[in-house]
Design a protein around this ligand. Structure first.
Ligand SMILES: Nc1ncnc2c1ncn2[C@@H]1O[C@H](COP(=O)(O)OP(=O)(O)O)[C@@H](O)[C@H]1O
Ligand SMILES: [Mg+2]
Length: 244
């Protein structure tokens, strides 16, 4: 097991707890997706792993190391990268400068340059914009850049918050293809997605989070077949159609 979240209860500052005794795990070379309604606490799970919430109970373990109380830079140094939802690049910096920012804990200039070339090889569309401000990129290209920034650190674990949000269907497929490719290079991925069906299709396992608690879990295939999951997402679709 590469990442384990055990009996975690967490909230923000002195506010109420948002997560209640939740459990998740990620094995090496897996894609695991957490789905659930808006406000369920999905982003709070990722932020808790990354040291951005107030953890009141439970543990986060990376490999054999307890990282629950580490500051965020220590968590990054342990090999975990986080791509936040939306606004996840520096718009006034060029593509290349953004990638350099992503590599901020690297100390060798040569390593940064080598890694950057690797990222450009992985995302060829970014290379031609390397000297442009990232504000000029399309939504899909910005999301690729955000992934590229995270890859600058060669993370063992990648946390992704809603990587497909706001993107056109064709671009969503491209982003999910890149995520599968990242997995094939040996990075384990814990992702949160509203786009449940597509995300579960590329996931080894998944969890449903409701009201800050574990509700269901299974393989991607099992969850896709689960009538409760179907109800939740099919129901939503029907309502949207009724509202037309
Ligand atoms: N920075 C914050 N400070 C206080 N409360 C927050 C903060 N971020 C999120 N919350 C609250 O935590 C709950 C869960 O939010 P979130 O984890 O973003 O849900 P999801 O990602 O599943 O939509 C919501 O009630 C939200 O208002
Ligand atoms: Mg969220």
């Amino acid at each position: 097991m590469i990442l384990e979240i055990q009996n975690l209860t967490a909230g923000y500052k002195s506010g109420p707890s948002i997560l209640h005794d939740v459990n998740f795990c990620l094995h090496e070379n897996e894609i695991v997706t957490i789905i659930g309604p808006n406000g369920a606490g999905k982003s709070t799970v990722l932020k808790s792993i990354f040291g951005l919430t107030n953890v009141r109970k439970g543990n986060v373990t990376h490999g054999s190391r307890d990282i629950t109380d580490l500051p965020t830079d220590g968590i990054i140094r342990s090999g975990i990268a986080f791509v936040a939802q939306g606004d996840n690049v520096f718009p006034d910096l060029t593509v290349q400068e953004n990638l350099e920012m992503g590599a901020f804990i690297r100390t060798s200039r040569k390593e940064v340059q080598e890694k950057q070339e690797e990222v450009f090889h992985f995302f060829p569309s970014l290379k031609k914009y390397r000297s442009q401000k990232s504000a000029l990129l399309s939504g899909g290209e910005r999301q690729m850049l955000a992934l590229g920034m995270a890859l600058m650190l060669s993370p063992e674990i990648l946390l992704l918050d809603e990587p497909s949000i706001g993107l056109a269907p064709k671009i969503i497929n491209e982003v999910f293809e890149k995520i599968q490719k990242i997995k094939s290079t040996g990075t384990s991925i814990l992702m949160v997605e509203q786009n449940a069906i597509k995300a579960l299709e590329i996931s080894d396992r998944g969890y449903v989070l409701e009201l800050g608690k574990n509700a269901l879990e299974g393989t991607g295939k099992e969850l896709l077949k689960n009538p409760k999951v179907g109800e939740l997402y099919l129901g939503k679709k029907q309502k949207l159609e009724e509202g037309k």
